[in-house]
Design a protein around this ligand. Structure first.
Ligand code: GLY
Length: 346
């Protein structure tokens, strides 16, 4: 663990003490003077669209869904929607959740196949059912009932990456990548890396000061069919409270599911933490909860990454990740831009 992170930890401890004092004061309830939207780094266009929609009078929920739809339909984003990397069998399985601050309602879908806009289906679960989470065939049937048609979401680019993964996965099966007589190095071509856990999270405050959140993903690349990550799980992949703020995540979902960090971040902000301190607190929590040697590097730190993004009711925004550096997208009256994430470890 770096000296840098130790001092940050001390800082977090101090801010926790300060937070207790701040919690005794009334929370901010007045709307911000301007709307603001945040997203993971792949959401620059999404936050710009979100702010456009909000400026035209949209509720934050409709605006963020319009924003992330741009990424869900973009074949060049290999981590979300159409063009997302498939599961181990070559099938694209999508997860998404939405949360509406003013009503506290949540809707989510998981392991959804063949539907390009899982966030829209999640919104329909929120609006048109008495449930929170629909999965697999049931989620797809529900989408069809509301007029969605199914389509093949596996693009040629994603299929070729999957084939390459499959062919270099093991030297104990019969798949072989293209090769000359001496140049096959099976099993080493693909090490798990960050790109395998992409996702988009987006949260926003609208003109009325209302807050909503969405997280949508194709999940872990080459996952075991049926695997569900943190994205569609309220409290893990996203959470918002209209009186406090919102948070969401990208990265290794299994780690976040064990610590329910989006809920944790919002609760830390309720206690008085800034968005950045709350996100760093969640990174610390995951670090404390990572006990398995196979998930740690030689210094005992998490060898994977999880990133968090948060905004509070006053319109302050920030994000943090376990391993840095990294960036996130923000849009407000000054336009859309990328800002740096805080982090625990280099
Ligand atoms: N955070 C996305 C996932 O693990 O599926």
């Amino acid at each position: 663990m770096s000296h840098h992170s130790l001092s940050r930890r001390d800082f977090i401890r101090n801010s926790a003490t300060a937070g207790a004092a701040i919690a005794l004061r009334p929370q901010l309830h007045s709307p911000p003077s301007h709307p603001v939207a945040i997203a993971s780094r792949n959401g620059l266009q999404a936050v710009a669209r979100t702010i456009e929609e909000i400026n035209q009078g949209s509720d934050a929920l409709d605006a963020i869904i319009a924003g992330v739809n741009l990424v869900e339909e973009d074949p060049s984003d290999l981590t979300v929607g159409y063009g997302g990397l498939p599961n181990a069998e070559g099938i694209v399985e999508l997860d998404a959740a939405v949360m509406h601050g003013p009503t506290g309602r949540v809707g989510a879908v998981a392991s959804l196949e063949g539907i390009k806009y899982p966030s829209k289906v999640a919104q329909l679960v929120l609006e048109r059912t008495d449930h929170v989470l629909l999965v697999g065939e049931g989620a797809q049937e529900f989408a069809r009932m509301h007029g969605f048609s199914t389509e093949n979401l596996l693009t040629d680019e994603a299929r070729e990456i999957w084939v390459q993964w499959r062919e270099t996965l093991s030297n104990r099966d019969d798949y072989l990548p293209p090769h000359g007589p001496d140049d096959v190095n099976l099993g080493e071509a693909f090490q798990r890396n960050e790109e395998f856990w992409g996702t988009i999270h987006c949260s926003a405050i609208d003109l009325l000061g209302n807050i909503s959140s969405v997280t949508t993903t194709s999940g872990l690349a080459f996952k075991i069919p049926g695997r569900v990550g943190d994205s569609p799980i309220p409290g893990a992949g996203l959470y918002c409270d209209n009186d406090v703020g919102a948070a969401g995540s990208t990265g290794r979902g299994e780690a976040n599911l064990q610590s329910c960090c989006s809920f944790l971040i919002v609760e830390r902000m309720r206690m008085g933490d800034s968005p950045q301190d709350a996100c760093l607190y969640a990174c610390e929590r995951i670090t404390q909860n990572t006990h398995l040697a196979r998930l740690q590097n030689e210094s005992g730190e998490p060898a994977f990454n999880v990133s968090f993004y948060a905004l509070n009711k006053a319109g302050e925004v920030a994000g943090a990740r376990i391993r840095g550096p990294g960036q996130m997208a923000v849009a407000d009256q000054d336009g859309a831009r990328l800002i740096e994430l805080a982090y625990l470890f280099e």
